[in-house]
Design a protein around this ligand. Structure first.
Ligand code: GDP
Length: 289
């Protein structure tokens, strides 16, 4: 979508980030990719697979507090069937985070055993954290490291932008330098990133974005959403999304002069309430489609 082009991003940045990641890959045993559990497809960087290639990886499905739990489970099974360990986490409360170290160790089991067989007693495991902006990388790193920055002098590859954190003895994580962009030139991806607040609202018309969100909410019919706007007796699935936005605005008394509904205000309120998880838990993308 053309509105997306307002975002400041340049192909040169991507090339630079790719190179930085490729260089840093040599310093780590595994990659931990953080994705948004609500949009497991749209919250990925499209080039990541080709950048990290065969490096062992774990997928951290973050913000699972706001995703539909059964859908998160479907994704975990999907990843598992594709040979990838994925774990649900919620950096806001810390739920699931204690599984991180053991999941990485599990993925690296063979390598660690080989190292031990060679006489290396306590090999240090190093993991690089990657993910698109706003997916929760800093929150995750703060939580697991309790902000213990590793001492620079002991670390390999300490260059500008390479930031190591010690999780516990023998386990370190590297914050990714550079910005890994999502595929926001894709209209649907852009919308979903905007729903979740991963990209700024200004890139899209607010009412249009709220209508797109309603396209989804009215089909899901989550009781929390239905009750919140007192829509129990409305055939919401059959109401056109702009009219539904008006209806919601009316229910909230959002009127402008002449009795018209302030749909702009209603749209802002709807998006706000969705993002603060007041409308229920949703997953916008499932493995089967
Ligand atoms: P980064 O750009 O990838 O480093 O993302 P941040 O760590 O800055 O997180 C972006 C926003 O997501 C912040 O407002 C966090 O508080 C929020 N956030 C991160 N993890 C979670 C989570 O598991 N659940 C919820 N609800 N919010 C989260």
């Amino acid at each position: 979508m053309s509105e997306m082009q307002n975002i400041q991003w340049f192909p040169g940045h991507m090339t630079k980030t790719k190179r930085q990641i490729q260089t840093s890959l040599k310093l780590v045993d595994a990659v931990a990719e953080i994705i948004d559990a609500r949009i497991p497809v749209s919250s990925r960087n499209p080039d990541l697979d080709s950048i990290i290639q065969n490096k062992p990886r774990v997928v951290l499905m973050n913000k699972c507090d706001m995703a539909d739990p059964s859908s998160t489970q479907k994704w975990i099974n999907y990843f598992k069937n594709n040979g990838i360990v994925a774990i649900p986490i919620d950096c806001k409360t810390g739920r699931g985070i204690n599984k991180f170290v053991s999941s990485v160790n599990e993925v690296l089991k063979e390598k660690i055993e080989k190292q031990k067989a060679k006489g290396l007693l306590n090999p240090t495991v190093r993991v690089m954290i990657v993910g698109i902006p706003n997916v929760g990388k800093s929150t995750f790193i703060n939580r697991i490291s309790k902000n213990r920055k590793a001492k620079a002098e002991d670390k390999p590859g300490v260059t500008r932008g390479n930031q190591w954190f010690t999780i516990n003895k023998g386990f370190e994580v590297l914050d990714t330098p550079g910005v890994l962009w999502p595929k926001f030139e894709d209209k649907i991806v852009g919308e979903r990133l905007a729903f979740t607040g991963a990209v700024k609202d200004q890139i899209m018309d607010t009412e249009l974005l709220a209508m797109r969100l309603l396209d989804f909410l009215k089909v899901e019919k989550n009781p929390i959403f239905v009750e919140r706007f007192k829509l129990q007796n409305e055939p919401i699935e059959d109401i056109e999304s702009y009219e539904l936005l008006e209806l919601i605005g009316r229910k909230r008394g959002m009127l402008i002069s002449g009795g018209e509904i302030d749909t702009e205000r209603a749209a802002i309120m709807l998006l706000d309430e969705y993002r603060s998880a007041k409308l229920g838990k949703y997953t916008f993308e499932l493995p089967e489609n």
